[in-house]
Design a protein around this ligand. Structure first.
Ligand code: SF4
Length: 315
């Protein structure tokens, strides 16, 4: 079964830039971007990031605002901050070489068991397992597991990397999950491991893996786009990104409602109402948002403001 899977990967893998030389820095950056993000979305960000910071030394010397600006739109900005912090430690402590040992990697900011396994197996071809959403789905279906057991998944993934080339095995399972064994419509008829798959034999693909039900919390927020000359009122969020001020009640001043938008962050759903207006208060920071790292929610709100201006100008 494993050999068919590896052969399939070698013939069908997507030609991704970090797969040409498996440089540890490139693999690491790609894996950080791919957490919670699809390859197609992450690819242009990856290319821009590597152009700006071609080596770990360039990244370590960068200022945080520039790193966040290149990350803007990918979300989960803590990833970018940890990447920068870890790059600085690697330059200081390991002379700019990513350490090929689990204990050293796991000690770095933002690196957990998945990331350490991905770097060690993909960049260094060492037999360390990885378990992400794709691996969970593929292995659970292959073995017919109707209940979740992280321990069983990690054990199964660990067995696989000892039976064939770790770099190929881990990427093959992840690629199969992304391209063939998808969540809603697995393409079992073209799957290279179909004959070994318990879920396929028993017709249980839509029951495996079990769906994790997370409570969805809905928040209703009011954001205001407040203008002074050409600059807008912005506030720096703890994650380093700039955003418009959020209110539970609008402050005194002349405000017009200019639109609404929705935004999701993991299992949080935001319903956002956007106001535009002017106030005389001091204490705000006035900035040109085109010069700053802004989140995708701030971008959506800004689009509402631009739409309002276009409509206003065409009246
Ligand atoms: Fe997934 Fe279907 Fe392949 Fe089984 S046969 S691993 S369910 S795509």
């Amino acid at each position: 079964m494993l050999q068919q899977l590896v052969n399939w990967f070698e013939e069908n893998q997507r030609p991704l830039p970090w797969r040409t030389e498996y440089d540890p820095y490139n693999v690491w950056v790609s894996e950080v971007m791919l957490q919670q993000t699809q390859v197609e979305t992450a690819l242009p960000y990856y290319e821009r990031f590597i152009r700006a910071f071609p080596t770990i030394e360039y990244l370590a010397k960068a200022n945080e605002e520039r790193v966040l600006a290149l990350w803007a739109g990918l979300g989960y900005y803590r990833r970018a901050k940890n990447l920068l912090a870890a790059a600085r430690v690697i330059v200081d402590r390991y002379d700019g070489n990513i350490p090929p040992e689990y204990d050293a990697l796991i000690d770095l900011p933002g690196i957990g068991p998945y990331m350490a396994g991905a770097i060690l197996s993909i960049a260094f071809n060492k037999p360390f397992p990885v378990v992400d959403g794709n691996v969970r789905r593929v292995l659970s279906r292959l073995y017919g597991w109707t209940e979740d057991s992280p321990k069983a998944l990690w054990n199964a993934a660990a067995r696989l990397v000892h039976e064939a080339e770790p770099r190929l095995v881990n990427q093959a399972v992840m690629e199969l999950g992304a391209k063939v064994c998808s969540f809603k419509a697995p393409r079992c008829l073209v799957c290279p491991v179909q004959v070994s798959c318990v879920a396929f034999r028993t017709g249980m693909q839509d029951k495996i893996p079990p769906i994790k039900k997370r409570p969805v919390t809905v928040y209703v927020n009011l954001f205001a786009v407040i203008q002074r000359d050409r600059d807008l009122c912005l506030m720096k969020h703890v994650d380093g990104m700039w955003e418009f001020p959020m209110f539970s009640e609008l402050p005194a001043g002349a405000f017009d409602q200019i639109g609404e938008c929705r935004h999701s962050i993991t299992h949080h759903r935001l319903r956002v109402t956007v106001f535009s207006g002017c106030i005389q208060e001091n204490g705000f920071v006035w900035k040109d948002p085109s010069m700053l790292p802004i989140s995708s929610l701030t971008r959506k709100i800004l689009d509402q403001e631009h739409k309002k201006h276009r409509m206003h100008n065409s009246d």
